[in-house]
Design a protein. Structure first.
Length: 209
């Protein structure tokens, strides 16, 4: 049976067979029976590569961090994760530079530690008990890569269209021009501002079909 470690754009964990392109970490979320007992343990929510320096792990080993998996990088950002500063150092540096440029929390004159980024992201993504914090925005104002809720489903905004999300990819597009109302945005606001600069997350290949 699949473990409950596949992450959706709301940041919720599911037991499905699809693995995804990236691994994530929020601390030790499972018990000795490999059951999820907490939505997070740390403010440091990161996205990692699936393979790094030949390291091998047994997934959900007792007393070790819980390995989480994402369809694509856009999904991980929507859930509130950031690039890992160790296994994805170059991507983390790109993300951090864009963070300093675009976020009012940052001071251009000082080094911004990862812990400060994590603190701000945690206030924007998580509700005590495991819920998802969202906000309202005009759909047409959102850059590519942002996730929104539309008709009860998560969709990614991708170059003029909304693509309905699933654990295995995206389905047929809906034209953004056909939707004028405000939408509930799943991707944290600080990350949305980064995407608006041209920073683009990796998105599953089905978004372009």
């Amino acid at each position: 049976m699949p473990l409950q470690n596949r992450v959706d754009p709301y940041g919720q964990l599911h037991a499905v067979a699809a693995r995804g392109a990236w691994m994530g970490n929020r601390g030790i979320l499972h018990d000795d029976a490999q059951k999820i007992v907490a939505p997070w343990r740390l403010q440091r929510w990161i996205t990692c590569v699936l393979s790094f320096r030949g390291r091998r792990r047994n997934v959900f080993t007792p007393h070790r961090y819980s390995e989480l998996f994402f369809l694509d990088e856009a999904t991980s950002f929507a859930a509130g994760h950031r690039p890992c500063a160790e296994c994805r150092r170059e991507r983390y540096n790109e993300f951090r530079a864009a963070w300093i440029e675009t976020n009012p929390h940052a001071d251009m004159e000082q080094a911004i530690p990862a812990e400060e980024i994590d603190r701000v992201l945690h206030t924007e993504r998580a509700i005590r008990g495991g819920g998802k914090r969202t906000y309202l925005a005009k759909l047409k104002s959102l850059p590519p890569g942002v996730f929104v809720a539309h008709e009860g489903r998560a969709h990614v905004v991708w170059y003029g269209a909304l693509r309905p999300w699933s654990f295995i990819g995206y389905s047929r597009p809906i034209a953004v021009s056909s939707i004028s109302a405000e939408v509930s945005v799943l991707t944290p606001q600080s990350i949305v501002r980064i995407f608006a600069t041209g920073f683009r997350p990796q998105v599953h290949e089905t978004a372009d079909k």
